[in-house]
Design a binder for this molecule. Structure first.
Ligand SMILES: Cc1cc2nc3c(=O)[nH]c(=O)nc-3n(C[C@H](O)[C@H](O)[C@H](O)COP(=O)(O)OP(=O)(O)OC[C@H]3O[C@@H](n4cnc5c(N)ncnc54)[C@H](O)[C@@H]3O)c2cc1C
Length: 407
């Protein structure tokens, strides 16, 4: 019987996982990973600030839509085959102990992404996966006998029985053109996971301040909860990144010029903010507005918010009056800022968009357009908020492809 020839295009997280899974299942198959860069797994090496947040405990996830704004339904189905527990066991069984942080993010105990890179390279070596670096795949042609011909930037074309495309995100879309040419629908790619530029000197002077907030885009359903970090360029932190992820396409359409409303007192509603403030004022009429705040906000932020609400910090609470209190309630619960562009978060971003999920079989991730062609990882229209969910998607989809590509 002729040897089954499999090409994996892209030597990243999903590609390596697919290659190793396929070879473990069919040791007689020839599995070759083609990587355009001189080193494979270069992105994994820099994930999580060099520590690699490789998955999440999912303890605080009630609904996958919260963490996978795109692809939640497919992920729900595929996680049955390889979830965060499988990921944990996979790496630990291969000598990489893991730890779960208080925020439920999972890292290697070594706190070094190279432990993950080293483990994947060692597994590829152990199973005899061939790795060809500095080799960019530029085209794919389906042949009449069911095989697929790959064209390279340099070098002669080669034929394969099966091909998996694991080329990762492509925020400008250039890496998706050759796949679109085959007839795949591409969901237009836009960046996700970014911070907000806000041109308000008084706000940015509070840089370094962290507060638990609710942040939303007025007139839309987009909102997020969590810590907000004031930076020298505007706003960052988990709440902002989450909002940027859920509203990635909406904000791109607005050219990143939009309004955001901050509720500085987290999950309290306007009514609750009002009630707390009124009872506080009744109990503390002689205290000064600047020295006492009932929400435990950092004092610099509190002074800034009083000023935004038009209240002097030296006033007594009894002198503030109903109008003043109303203004303060509005500022605390619905403080609107103009976003003027986006920034990066520790150079970390993912692509929202990619190969439309309607074009792939939801059990095998085989293309519905080209037989024997599979997709895994960020090249698919699946992406997540921060916290290890993006790499989990790469492991899960890589595993599913590795399993089915040899069937
Ligand atoms: C700085 C940074 C930090 C991150 N940190 C985290 C984190 O801690 N946790 C987390 O869950 N997610 C993190 N992410 C997101 C995560 O890294 C990605 O979602 C994940 O790597 C996607 O895996 P992938 O295999 O699909 O793509 P990639 O890892 O990007 O791999 C794709 C590979 O394909 C190669 N390639 C592309 N086109 C071709 C071609 N035509 N021919 C040959 N090769 C090609 C690329 O060079 C690349 O090596 C981070 C992202 C960045 C940018």
């Amino acid at each position: 019987m002729a040897t089954l020839r499999i090409a994996i295009v892209g030597g990243g997280a999903a590609g390596f996982f697919a290659a190793v899974t396929a070879k473990a299942r069919r040791p007689d198959a020839e599995v070759i990973v083609y990587e355009k860069n001189s080193k494979p797994l270069a992105k994994v090496a820099i994930t999580g600030g060099g520590r690699c947040n490789l998955t999440n405990s999912f303890e605080q996830v009630d609904d996958l839509k919260q963490v996978y704004p795109r692809g939640d339904r497919l992920m729900r189905r595929l996680l049955h085959h390889f979830d965060h527990r499988d990921c944990w066991a996979w790496f630990e069984q291969r000598g990489v102990p893991l730890v779960t942080q208080d925020d439920e993010c999972v890292f290697p105990q070594s706190q070094d992404a190279m432990s993950i890179v080293g483990c994947l390279l060692a597994e590829a070596r152990r199973f005899g996966v061939q790795i060809v670096v500095s080799c960019r795949v530029e085209s794919l042609t389906p042949l009449t006998d069911g095989r697929l011909r790959l064209g390279f930037q340099n070098g002669r074309p080669e034929e394969f029985d099966r091909v998996a495309v694991t080329t990762g995100g492509s925020p400008r879309g250039d890496g998706l053109r050759w796949l679109a040419a085959l007839g795949h629908e591409i969901v237009p790619p836009v960046p996700s996971l970014f911070t907000f530029n806000i041109a308000d000197r008084q706000l940015t002077e509070l840089m370094g301040t962290v507060v638990e907030v609710a942040i939303s885009i007025p007139g839309t359903k987009f909102r997020a909860f969590g810590p907000l970090l004031i930076t020298h360029w505007g706003m960052s932190g988990p709440a902002v990144l989450k909002l940027s992820s859920h509203a990635a396409r909406h904000l791109s359409e607005l050219a990143y010029k939009a309004q955001v409303a901050v509720n500085w007192v987290g999950k309290l509603s306007r009514r609750e903010v009002e009630t707390v403030l009124q009872s506080f004022v009744l109990a503390n009429p002689h205290k000064q507005t600047g020295t006492w705040n009932p929400y435990g906000l950092p004092s610099r932020l509190w002074h800034y918010l009083l000023q935004r609400g038009g209240l002097a910090t030296g006033k007594r609470w009894s002198e503030v009056g109903k109008k003043g209190l109303n203004r303060l309630v509005e500022t605390l619960g619905n403080d609107v800022y103009a976003v003027d562009g986006r920034g990066t978060y520790k150079e970390e971003f993912v692509t929202c968009g990619g190969i439309a999920l309607s074009g792939v079989d939801s059990n095998t991730l085989e293309s519905k357009v080209v037989r024997h062609l599979y997709f895994a990882g960020e090249v698919l229209d699946i992406d997540a908020v921060t916290g290890g969910f993006n790499l989990q998607a790469a492991w899960t989809t890589g595993f599913v492809v590795g399993r089915h590509i040899v069937d």
